[in-house]
Design a protein around this ligand. Structure first.
Ligand code: MLT
Length: 411
């Protein structure tokens, strides 16, 4: 009989968001008249902006005519999209990248999981706690860990608590690690790191020959000046960091699928014999073999995000979500609930009232306010006692959810 990958059996029962979906489904089946407001998974609700839709339509039309038809594209993405991204999204930050350093894909979730393909299992990995669950679970899946302990920590991973005490930015690990996952603006806490804080990590990575996986999926939601949008704004980062970015939240592409991963040519890792090899070459090899590129219309739609009109329209949608974030943040504070984030990120990280556990608060909020959020403990043990609300809902729902919470918990 075929043997399975036993590592999958080490995983906790279900991935966080499907588990939430299951509980919400059970509730709505039992209470068909309840008007449930979903601020759980960070999924967008505003439609694609007109400039993007136009480009998308035109590209589909291209596929209908022999003279403009496109078959397989480059596995790495079309140069015209990559060069637009470099020009419009990186150059204004003072970051210069080569076309060959940027890889277009169908999502950051997949990329930050697939990148593990090119690293040996012996690497020591450090992740935040709480954290976007994909970083943890994919390391379990590839076999880098032992079993989880009763708290949910897997043997072999170095967890870096992100708590109120350290302002939700992790301290450097005490033991030497080889791979570090950082996510700023952070999912789930909605907090950001300053350039000085990132510099500390870049210096650590260079001194320890480590690689940083920098997830910048939410960079477009930064509203305050001076907060880095890319790790490459930090001197030396091109020697040690891989950056993941996405169109999902930035431009409403959660269902369309497009992202980018930057692997600078200078980032190296060693072979078993100790020779240094550029990760860019290996990632290119991996993508050429296992991936066939993002569809032409999707890349055309993504390119249009950065046209003058496209960016103006996209920015309006981002501002809309950030106004939602303000409404949630201020509404919760007015109800006496302590919360973080929501200024440079579309997530609000609140402390559960009355010392409730995260899942108790989830059930109470669902049963009594008909509002869905995400329990903090689902993002890791240090998330216990916290709860995440997403600002990606539509305005009416967001305002109604805040009113319901205020009615329930307001003093
Ligand atoms: C979230 O809610 O954390 C995100 O939607 C998950 C994702 O982007 O995969």
């Amino acid at each position: 009989m075929a043997r399975l990958n036993d590592n999958y059996l080490k995983l906790k029962a279900g991935y966080l968001f499907p588990e939430i979906g299951r509980r919400v489904k059970a509730f709505t089946q039992a209470n068909p008249d309840a008007k449930v407001i979903r601020l759980g998974i960070g999924d967008v609700t505003r439609p694609l902006v007109p400039a993007v839709v136009d480009a998308f339509h035109k590209a589909v039309d291209d596929l209908t005519r022999p003279e403009s038809f496109m078959g397989y594209g480059p596995e790495q993405g079309y140069d015209w999209l990559i060069d637009t991204l470099i020009e419009k999204s990186y150059r204004p930050l003072g970051v210069d990248l080569k076309t060959s350093e940027v890889f277009i894909s169908d999502g950051s979730k997949c990329d930050c999981a697939n990148i593990l393909d090119i690293f040996d299992l012996s690497n020591k990995v450090a992740i935040g706690d709480p954290v976007y669950p994909v970083y943890n679970d994919t390391n379990v899946m590839v076999g880098r860990t032992g079993e989880a302990d009763e708290k949910g920590y897997y043997q072999g991973i170095v967890y870096m608590p992100c708590t109120e005490e350290n302002n939700f930015t992790p301290d450097l690990p005490r033991e030497k690690v080889d791979i570090i996952y950082l996510c700023f603006p952070n999912n789930p806490t909605g907090t950001v790191a300053t350039k000085d804080e990132l510099k500390k990590w870049v210096d650590y990575a260079i001194a320890n020959d480590a690689v940083i996986f920098f997830d910048a999926a939410y960079e477009a939601f930064i509203t305050e000046p001076g907060i880095p949008h890319s790790i490459y704004e930090v001197e030396g980062a091109k020697k040690c960091a891989i950056e993941f970015r996405s169109f999902s939240k930035t431009a409403g592409f959660t269902g369309v699928r497009c992202a980018l991963t930057v692997v600078p040519e200078e980032v190296m890792a060693t072979t078993a014999k100790g020779e240094k090899v550029a990760l860019n070459k290996l990632w290119n090899r991996r993508q050429s073999t296992k991936f066939n590129g993002v569809s032409y219309p999707v890349q055309k739609a993504a390119e249009a995000v950065y046209s003058e009109e496209g960016w103006r329209q996209t920015k309006e949608v981002i501002d809309y979500y950030m106004e939602n974030a303000r409404i949630i943040r201020e509404g919760l504070k007015a109800a006496g609930i302590t919360c973080y984030g929501g200024v440079n990120a579309p997530y609000i990280w609140l402390k559960t009232p009355e010392g409730m556990t995260s899942w108790d608060f989830f059930d109470k909020l669902l049963n009594e306010c008909h509002v869905v959020g995400t329990p903090g403990s689902g993002f890791g043990p240090s998330g216990e006692g916290y709860f995440r609300l997403s600002a990606f809902g539509d305005r009416e729902n967001v305002s109604a959810a805040v009113e319901r919470i205020q009615r329930k918990w307001g003093k």
